[in-house]
Structure formats: structure tokens, C-alpha cells
Design a protein around this ligand. Structure first.
Ligand code: LLP
Length: 420
């Protein structure tokens, strides 16, 4: 369910017509529905109401302060992968006790920042990282909460670029070696070993990979408990998929039921790190058609948003539904929807059956709330586009459009080139 709906053939976000925002803000822009965002979070957390749990939103999916603030206000924590994400989450008022820090490449300054901020735990991905965290904690005179992120070697059956829980992936510590790594962790004085974590991949549309991973994790937890490790948290990562096209992923309630049923004997607080399932369908990208053209066998619809704004189609060949903001019953054509970037890979859709868009029309690119703006770049010196949030019948620009001056604000011409 989301709050992007057509009323009399016009697209609305909650109670605001999308074309009104486009007229006032200009295109392209990202548009988020506050009510959808909040609903998705509530549905997810309510699904686990019967067990102790923390929902740590994966900031990488959407790091806008307003989005973070909205979720934090609902009691959410965050899953971060960098000092920058920690900074954002703290600015948005997150409770540091609900912050988990994942990622294979944490720098010392980032670890120290997280320790000083008092985060819940690091999901540690290697023995060397464990040792570095221990030393940082010693220097700061604190204990670092940690879980080992184990790689359970399950196939999430998703796009290879976003699968993370297979042996061949760089993520986590091989589950077979993890017990030994936990024993090594015990010999380090400045760690508080709190839990076990995993994340198997993203856009997972079946339950079985999650249950397989949980089964392997539960075995590990049992072994650890036998050795008197005080395991208080089981972090199952994120990864629950959404509908972009025809996929029918499990509803969060089904996901929760299956997980709770399979883990009755685990007396732990669960941590979840959902990203996409919370924000993906709470956002769209709105673009305007610049030109249309055809050659012998192809139609092109050229829009003002490019791969620098939404890279998912170019990077993963992923599908985003596309519809006119103002619909009529026109004929459909098969076309490529492409952006202005000088790369053949710059497209939002390829060979898509789509209404015959005309120059000047507005286009809605759906399911763009997750990994949309966060993966945007300034390629081709294109200022990054604004983000807008609607609540009921009001809209708020929650990130301004960048200016040309923004593009160069960190650059400097060295003295030897001045006066040349
Ligand atoms: N936790 C960890 C440790 C992760 O690496 C990720 C995503 C998540 C949680 C959140 O996963 P989600 O619930 O959103 O599936 N750029 C790609 C997705 C990359 C996902 C990376 N990790 C895309 O656009 O599809």
C-alpha cells in the first residue's frame, strides 16, 4: 500500500497533485510520502510486536534527514555503514543505543566516532577489524559492543550485485570459522560481545533464504551459549524485497511470523535492518519529457532525469514502473526512456511498452524511494535534484536542488594556474 494514487487520471501524493509540485519546484525531483513511510515502518515493527526487537533502518537506502527523523520519531534505530551515516542519524536525533554499524571497511576515525557516540554495537566483518575496534576502545577507555557478522553461505536468489550472504561475497566471517573468531574475541579485553548478525542480500522475494540463514545463526547462538557467551542480540539484517513490477514478496507480517516461529527458543532481542521495504515504494522520481524521437526500429523518450539521478536501471537493469503524471487513454508504444547523460547505459527503461509520451509531459518513475537519491552523483556536472516530502495536503522541500555554484564549491585552482 502506498499513497501515490490516481484520482481522475491525475497522480496525487497523499492530498497533493504531483503536477502542482512539479510546477512549483521544477523537474526532476524525488517525492516521498510521509504517510507511506510511517505506515511501512509501523507495519514492520508491529509484525514483530510479540518479541523484543529493534528496527534499525538501513540509512544507505535513503539518508535524507527528514526521512530519518520520521522513522526515528516512530521509535526506529539505524543501521549505518559510515561515519557520514552516523552523523546524519545523530543529527536526526537517533538514540545511539539503537545504532548498529555494519560494513567491511570501517576506518579508525569512524570506529572512534561511533564509540564516542555510544552506539549499540558494531557488526564486525573480520578478525583484524575486531582487533582494531578493541584497540580503539582501549584508547577511549570504553567497552565496544560487538556482534560478528557471519556469512551463512545461503543463496538469496537475487541480483548478483546485491547478494551478500554467499561464501564468494566479501561480506562477513565464514560461519564455519565464526565460533573460533568468537573465542578469539573473548580474549580481547575491551569488547562486550553482545550478539550475532548476518545480512544475506537485498530485494529478497522469498522466505526460504531468510529461514535458512536463521537456522544457521540459531545453531551458532546455541553453540555460543553452551560456551557461556552472553548473546543478547540476533541481527538478521535487511533484505526483504518489494514489488517493482510483478514480484510478490512476502508481506512483513508473513516474514515476521516465519521468523518468530523458527526462533522460539532464542531468548534474544532481534535487530532488523530493513531499508528498501520501508522507503522503496514511499518515493517516486518525477521527470519531464524533453524530446521524443524515433529511428527505423526504435522509439526514444528523452527525459530530464538521468542515470546520475537514478542509477538502478543502468547498474542492475532494474525495473521501475513508469506512468504519465496526467494520464489519458492514449495509445501505447514500445520505447527506451533515456536521460541526457552521454552514455548508452543511461536509461530508465529499455524496450518498455509505455504510453506515447509527448514533449513537455511529466513522468512518474515509481519505487524510487530506496537507493535513488542516495546513489545519485554529479556526473556530467549535473546538480543533484531536490527531495520533496508530502504530508497530507502540504509539501516540503526536504533537500534543495543543488546549484551550479554547489558543483564547484570544494574546488580550488592552485596558485600556479592563477593568472595563466
Ligand atoms: N543491512 C546491511 C548490512 C546491508 O548491506 C543492507 C543493504 C541492508 C541492511 C538493507 O537492505 P534492504 O532492506 O534495503 O534490502 N543499491 C542496491 C541495494 C544494495 C543493498 C546493500 N545493502 C539497489 O539499488 O538495489
Amino acid at each position: 500500500m502506498n499513497d501515490f494514487t490516481y484520482k481522475e487520471q491525475q497522480l496525487w501524493c497523499e492530498n497533493v497533485p504531483v503536477n502542482k509540485i512539479a510546477e512549483e519546484v521544477g523537474t526532476p525531483f524525488y517525492l516521498y510520502s510521509y504517510s507511506t513511510l510511517r505506515n511501512h515502518f509501523r507495519v514492520f515493527t508491529k509484525a514483530f510486536a510479540d518479541v523484543p526487537h529493534i528496527v534499525c533502518f538501513a540509512v544507505k537506502a535513503n539518508s535524507n534527514l527528514a526521512v530519518l527523523k520520521a522513522l526515528i520519531a516512530e521509535g526506529g534505530g539505524v543501521d549505518i555503514v559510515s561515519g557520514g551515516e552516523l552523523f546524519r542519524a545523530l543529527q536526526a536525533g537517533v538514540d545511539p543505543g539503537k545504532v548498529v554499524y555494519s560494513g567491511v571497511g570501517k576506518r579508525v576515525d569512524e570506529i572512534e566516532y561511533a564509540l564516542r557516540s555510544g552506539i549499540l554495537m558494531f557488526n564486525v566483518e573480520s578478525l583484524q577489524e575486531l582487533e582494531v575496534i578493541n584497540l580503539c576502545a582501549q584508547d577511549l577507555g570504553v567497552k565496544a559492543g560487538i556482534a560478528l557478522r557471519v556469512n551463512p553461505d545461503v543463496d538469496p536468489k537475487t541480483h548478483p550485485h546485491i547478494s551478500t550472504g554467499l561464501k564468494e561475497n566479501k561480506f562477513g566471517i565464514d560461519i564455519e570459522r565464526s565460533l573460533e573468531t568468537y573465542r578469539q574475541a573473548r580474549s580481547l579485553q575491551n569488547l562486550d560481545i553482545k550478539g550475532v548478525s548476518c545480512h544475506i542480500g537485498s530485494q529478497v522475494t522469498r522466505l526460504s533464504p531468510f529461514l535458512e540463514a536463521l537456522d544457521r545463526l540459531s545453531n551458532l547462538v546455541r553453540q555460543l551459549q553452551e560456551e557461556d557467551f552472553d548473546i543478547r542480540y540476533v541481527d538478521l539484517g535487511g533484505g526483504l524485497g518489494i514489488t517493482y513490477d510483478q514480484e510478490v514478496p512476502p508481506h512483513p507480517a508473513e516474514y515476521a511470523q516465519a521468523i518468530m516461529a523458527a526462533s522460539r527458543d532464542l531468548e534474544c532481542t532481534f535487530v532488523f535492518e530493513p531499508g528498501r521495504v520501508i522507503v522503496g515504494n514511499a518515493g517516486i522520481l518525477v521527470a519531464r519529457v524533453l524530446y521524443t524521437k524515433s529511428n527505423d526500429n526504435k522509439n526514444f523518450i528523452i527525459v530530464d532525469a538521468g542515470m546520475n539521478d537514478l542509477v538502478r536501471p543502468s547498474l542492475y537493469n532494474s525495473f521501475h514502473a513508469i506512468r504519465p503524471v496526467i494520464e489519458d487513454n492514449r495509445k501505447e508504444i514500445v520505447a527506451d526512456v533515456v536521460g541526457p547523460i552521454c552514455e548508452s547505459g543511461d536509461y530508465l527503461a529499455k524496450g518498455r511498452k509505455i504510453p506515447a509520451f509527448q514533449r513537455g509531459e511529466l513522468m512518474a518513475v515509481f519505487s524510487a524511494g530506496a537507493y535513488g537519491f542516495t546513489m545519485a552523483s554529479n556526473y556530467n556536472s549535473r546538480p543533484r535534484i531536490p527531495e520533496v516530502m508530502v504530508k497530507d495536503n502540504q509539501y516540503y522541500v526536504v533537500r534543495k536542488r543543488e546549484t551550479y555554484a554547489d558543483l564547484i564549491k570544494h574546488e580550488e585552482i592552485p596558485s600556479f594556474l592563477i593568472n595563466k
